[in-house]
Write a protein that binds this ligand. Structure first.
Ligand code: NAD
Length: 512
């Protein structure tokens, strides 16, 4: 069985085959398998991949365990050299891989490229980090004693990723894991196996250049939830990093905790921006448009709630309605539309259900309808929806992974912060203000309760230098920059007695 041909006249399937071939992915990896892959751009079939069996996942973990035992002996800066070379390969393949991301997920071209740039950035960061896996020397209360803290590699890291950042999320985890001395078993989203195959091939290219990379340092396992569960339940995987919905994270977190593993959970967001009376409204408008409609509202950090002061409400929302009515929606690969398709029909149904629930809760819905002539029947293009809500209730407190922006009105600053914090999720947030008191209150301990709090910009579009993640039902994990690397290592505290006596801590006496 080969790839279904002639299903569409767009030629995306042929283009994807060409890109995968150029990236050294063998044709049998993306044709003839049982899992059908479609591009959301047109709904046409672009791949047929073979999925792993649970037994193959178990075997992959075994190989990863053996690879870890060899890799942990390689000095950190040499491990960093592997990641530096990976960054070079990604630079060389940026155009191809970025385009593949756009073709498989439906992102606009510049966002597909941006995702690969993010991979390059984290490789640079991790390369430097490979010489900075610092522990502490700690003053001991006992004479002739020294205490210290060391960071050792953790072991096999299981990475489960979501469809919407099909390659960048892997790199945030894998680049750090590799310099930390860990091996990686990666289960990407079942909706995006082709970009994962391309990344695996780039890694193998890198490994050949490096020489001596243990077999099994990176294993890709394709499949759905069952395959993810096999990885999650394997006691030889001390760290599981899972990115996706809160429903998934709740299951994964519980299963990992049951066997006392560690999980890094990067789950759903319900991100808000507060627009205060002192805001620069021109700047706010541009920022809101990108944060709420960019990536067709399918970023974990997408802006979903806008909390606007009554003094600027009419001015801002009036202008936003114009932008919402006029933004270009369509195929971002063949044209220059800013809003591409939803990932699939299920996402479209969820969006329509949320809009109906919002209307029933008293909301006024602008937009949100399907644009049938933007693509074939199997593609789901929608006009982003702006929904004026009387209160924060119903669908507003849930994450709907689609371009819906709920607008709420506030009078007092504390009310705005209470609304911002009054949802179960805690990923990202922002404030538009030039009044420094309001800015500082928003950033203070009594302000935003999110893992990310921005000023005069939207909640989306993080840089890799900071630790990324959120609180509450977003899962509490942190990835990427700052000291997120510590989650991929195990900490060991050592006390060394270089004297002739044996003083005990806390002055305890035990003379035998
Ligand atoms: P999803 O939860 O449907 O799937 C995510 C991944 O989890 C997939 O690989 C899937 O196969 C796997 N999975 C599902 N159930 C599982 C289980 N029981 N055990 C093991 N693995 C399982 O999410 P999605 O639709 O691919 O992505 C959208 C969601 O991801 C949104 O909620 C979004 O906010 C979230 N997300 C969060 C972040 C973040 O960093 N916080 C980043 C990107 C996406």
């Amino acid at each position: 069985k080969t790839l279904s041909q002639g299903e569409s006249n767009t030629g995306f399937a042929a283009e994807i085959r060409g890109l995968l071939a150029r990236l050294d992915v063998p044709a049998e990896r993306y044709s003839g398998g049982s899992r059908i892959v479609r591009t959301p751009l047109t709904g046409e079939v672009i791949g047929e991949v073979a999925e792993a069996t649970p037994a193959e996942v178990t075997a992959a973990v075994g190989r990863a365990q053996a690879a870890f035992e060899a890799w942990r002996k390689v000095p950190g800066p040499q491990r960093g050299e592997l990641v530096r070379l990976l960054g070079e390969e990604l630079r060389a393949a940026k155009a191809e891989l970025g385009r593949l991301v756009s073709l498989e997920v439906g992102k606009i071209i510049s966002e597909g490229l941006g995702e690969v740039q993010e991979m390059i950035d984290i490789c640079d960061f991790a390369t430097g980090l490979s010489r900075q896996l610092y522990g502490l020397t700690i003053a001991s209360e006992r004479g002739d004693h020294r205490m210290m803290e060391q960071w050792h590699p953790a072991g096999v890291v299981g990475v489960i990723s979501a469809f919407n950042f099909p390659v960048a999320v892997w790199s945030w985890n894998a680049a750090l894991a590799f310099v930390c001395g860990d091996s990686v078993v990666w289960k990407p989203s079942e909706k995006t196996p082709l970009t994962a195959l391309a990344v695996e091939a780039l890694f193998q290219r890198t490994a050949r250049r490096f020489g001596g990379v243990p077999d099994g340092l990176l294993t890709l396992v394709l499949g759905g939830r069952e395959i993810g569960e096999t990885l999650v339940d394997d006691a030889r995987v001390p760290v599981v990093s899972a990115t996706g919905s809160t429903a998934m994270g709740r299951k994964v977190g519980e299963r990992v905790a049951r066997r006392f593993g560690r999980s890094i959970l990067e789950l759903g967001g319900n991100n808000a921006s507060i627009v205060t009376p002192s805001a620069d409204l021109d700047l706010a408008l541009r920022a809101i448009a990108f944060a709420a409609m960019g990536t067709a509202g399918q970023r974990c950090t997408s802006l979903r709630r806008l909390i606007v002061h009554e003094k600027v409400y009419d001015a801002l929302v009036g202008r936003l309605r114009v932008v919402y009515a006029s933004i270009s929606v369509g195929n971002p690969v063949t044209g220059d539309a800013l809003v591409g398709p939803l990932i699939d029909g299920a996402a479209y149904d969820a969006m329509q259900q949320a809009l109906q629930a919002a209307a029933e809760a008293g909301g006024t819905v602008h937009g949100g309808e399907r644009i049938a002539d933007a693509g074939p029947a199997e593609a789901y293009y929608v006009r982003p929806a702006l929904v004026e809500m009387p209160a924060q209730a119903g669908p507003v407190v849930h994450e709907t992974f689609a371009p819906i922006l709920y607008v709420l009105k506030y009078r007092a600053f504390d009310e705005a912060v209470a609304l911002q914090n009054g949802v179960p999720q805690g990923l990202s947030s922002s404030i538009f203000a030039t009044d420094m008191r309001e800015v500082e209150r928003f950033l203070s301990a009594q302000g935003s309760d999110c893992g990310i709090a921005n000023v005069n910009m939207g909640p989306s579009g993080a840089e890799i230098g900071g630790a990324f993640g959120g609180e509450k039902e977003t899962g509490g994990g942190r990835e990427s920059g700052s000291d997120a690397w510590k989650a991929y290592m195990r900490r060991q505290t050592s006390a060394i007695n270089y004297g002739l006596n044996l003083p005990l801590a806390q002055g305890v006496k035990f003379d035998v």
